[in-house]
Design a protein around this ligand. Structure first.
Ligand code: ZN
Length: 98
């Protein structure tokens, strides 16, 4: 399994970049990450067919925390921080799919 070698968060550009240990580089717009938030609240909203929230605050990652070997916790501009993104989930998340 792949772990990140480098993680960088561009708040102004609203982009999260991960370079994996095998050299693959992936970049996602913050809005894309929010639209795929893994928390139960967001997942149930999606199951109910709700459109992802799109605002200045929801589409901005203010902070992130690496959760050991497990994944990445993202803190969005509206203080939403329940989503933890496991490494394999991020690795499989295309940057251009909405
Ligand atoms: Zn969420």
């Amino acid at each position: 399994m792949d772990y990140p070698a480098e993680i960088s968060n561009d708040r102004a550009g609203r982009l999260l970049t991960i370079v994996w240990q095998d050299g693959v580089r992936q970049q996602w717009p913050h809005a894309q990450l929010r639209a795929h938030c893994k928390c139960t609240q967001c997942q149930s909203q999606r199951l109910l067919g709700a459109k992802p929230l799109r605002s200045q605050e929801t589409s901005r990652v203010d902070n992130l925390r690496v959760i050991g070997n497990y994944g990445l916790q993202l803190v969005f501009g509206d203080r939403h921080e329940r989503g933890i993104y496991p490494w394999p989930y991020l690795r499989a998340l295309p940057a251009d799919a909405q």
